[in-house]
Structures are given as structure tokens and as C-alpha cells.
Design a binder for this molecule. Structure first.
Ligand code: IPE
Ligand code: IPE
Ligand code: MG
Length: 239
């Protein structure tokens, strides 16, 4: 049990390719991907994961064709509406990271509504990364810290890791233990740069719409076999 990751983050990738393989439009892939989100959220909670962070829409995803962006935004709203009861019933608290203010109003409103309604839930914390970029997150943090230093709110010599941590969107999240990416791509794509410093990385060829509860289980079992040394020697860990 102590080998259960506390914080699991997932780069949910492969919706488009899944749809292409079936001769369907990319929209169908995103719709099926949304169903996977529902199942995996519930399964993570049932497994006792405390924090689940999902990459839903990156800053760079705005560069996709306008129709696809619109569909993704609409899907966010419908999924939030549809899954609201399930979040309540499972005692899950929803939060988001990223530039929420730049999202279309219906997305912002629905997101804020669910966040407020679930804020006293004490079960798993589900964090949706929407309009998120890791470099942007760090840049914003540095900008705020620079202003605070300039205005003598923080003294420069007091700036340490915890100062930086406290200025991130992710300030109330622990470090990521296990980072999963589906679809065979082995890159980070500007996700949680700060929090993955010592994360165990798990890549699978399975496309996100095909990712099942058993696949989450496999990733967790794989994680449990790893030795996390945090710079120490293996011998030090067993003593
Ligand atoms: C992930 O699937 C969903 C988002 C990025 C919103 P993709 O849409 O990136 O699927 P592929 O990579 O084109 O297959
Ligand atoms: C990363 O996937 C973003 C999300 C899963 C939301 P992408 O499909 O956008 O990443 P790249 O462009 O292949 O690196
Ligand atoms: Mg992709």
C-alpha cells in the first residue's frame, strides 16, 4: 500500500489517432476520450489515489483548427455538466490549473460552478489542466516574485524552492509520483515541469480512448516495482 502513488498525472493523448484508425472524425475520438476520463477518475478514486491531475487542453492546443478547438471547449462544458453528480457522489474535489480567465465564458462558468460545489469534498482531488503550459506557469510565478522583490514584499535572499512553489498554479499539489502518457509519444509537452522533478514516467502505446481501468492498474503495478532513490544509493534505502 505504501507503494501507491499519492499523485498521478496523465497526459491523455491519442484521441485523434484513435478516431482516424476507425475512419471517424477527430471529434469522435475526443468524445470517447471523455468517457475514458469518467472511468479513470472513478477508478483512481477507488484505488485510493489522493491526487489525480489530467492534461485536458494545453496552451499550444489553441493552434489547432478552430472547429476542433470549439468542439473541445463544448465538450468540456458538457462533460462537466454530465459528470457533476458523479463527482459529488464520489466525494471528489475538482480544481483547475492554467489560465482559466482566458477560456470562453461558458467553460469558465461551468468550471467555476463545479469547483465551488465540490470544494468541501474530502476525497480525491481532481485537477484539470486547461489552457495550461508549464513554462507559462513558471514565467508567471517568476514575474510575481520579481514584483514582490521590487516592492520589498520578499527579500531576494529569501527566495527558495518553497517561494517558487507557492507562486505556481499547482501550489496546493504535492510533487507528481507517477506521470502517465498514452499513445506512444514519449515527451512532456510542457506539462507540470516543476512538479515532475522526481516523477516516475510511464509511457504506453495504448491510445487514450482505449485506456481502461486495467491499464491504470498496470501503470500502478509498474510504479510499485520501481526504486525511487532521490539521489541516494540503493543500499541507503534498504538500511
Ligand atoms: C489528446 O488527443 C487530446 C488533446 C490534446 C486535447 P489528441 O487530439 O492530441 O490526439 P492525437 O495526438 O492527434 O492522436
Ligand atoms: C498534450 O498533447 C496536451 C494534452 C494531452 C492536452 P498534444 O497532442 O497536444 O501534444 P504534442 O503536440 O503531440 O506534443
Ligand atoms: Mg496528441
Amino acid at each position: 500500500m505504501n507503494k501507491l502513488p499519492k499523485h498521478v498525472a496523465i497526459i491523455m493523448d491519442g484521441n485523434g489517432r484513435w478516431a482516424n484508425l476507425q475512419g471517424k472524425s477527430r471529434v469522435k475520438g475526443h468524445q470517447q476520450g471523455a468517457r475514458t476520463v469518467r472511468d479513470i477518475v472513478e477508478e483512481a478514486k477507488n484505488k485510493g489515489i489522493k491526487y489525480l491531475t489530467l492534461y485536458a487542453f494545453s496552451k499550444d492546443n489553441w493552434s489547432r483548427p478552430k472547429e476542433e478547438v470549439n468542439i473541445l471547449m463544448k465538450l468540456l462544458v458538457t462533460s462537466l455538466k454530465k459528470e457533476y453528480n458523479r463527482l459529488i457522489n464520489n466525494n471528489i474535489r475538482l480544481q483547475s490549473i492554467g489560465e482559466v480567465n482566458d477560456l470562453p465564458t461558458p467553460v469558465k462558468d461551468e468550471l467555476n460552478y463545479v469547483i465551488i460545489k465540490t470544494k468541501n469534498n474530502t476525497g480525491m482531488v481532481l485537477t484539470l489542466a486547461i489552457n495550461y503550459g508549464g513554462k507559462e506557469e513558471l514565467t508567471e510565478a517568476m514575474k510575481t516574485i520579481a514584483f514582490k522583490v521590487k516592492n520589498s514584499i520578499i527579500s531576494p535572499e529569501k527566495v527558495d524552492q518553497s517561494t517558487i512553489n507557492q507562486h505556481l498554479y499547482t501550489r496546493n499539489l504535492p510533487a507528481v509520483d507517477l506521470l502517465i502518457r498514452t499513445s506512444g509519444e514519449e515527451r512532456i509537452s510542457n506539462f507540470l515541469l516543476w512538479h515532475i522533478a522526481y516523477a516516475e514516467l510511464y509511457f504506453t502505446d495504448t491510445l487514450w480512448p482505449d485506456f481502461k481501468k486495467e491499464d491504470l492498474h498496470k501503470a500502478i503495478v509498474d510504479y510499485a516495482k520501481r526504486e525511487r532513490r532521490f539521489g541516494k544509493t540503493s543500499q541507503q534505502l534498504t538500511n
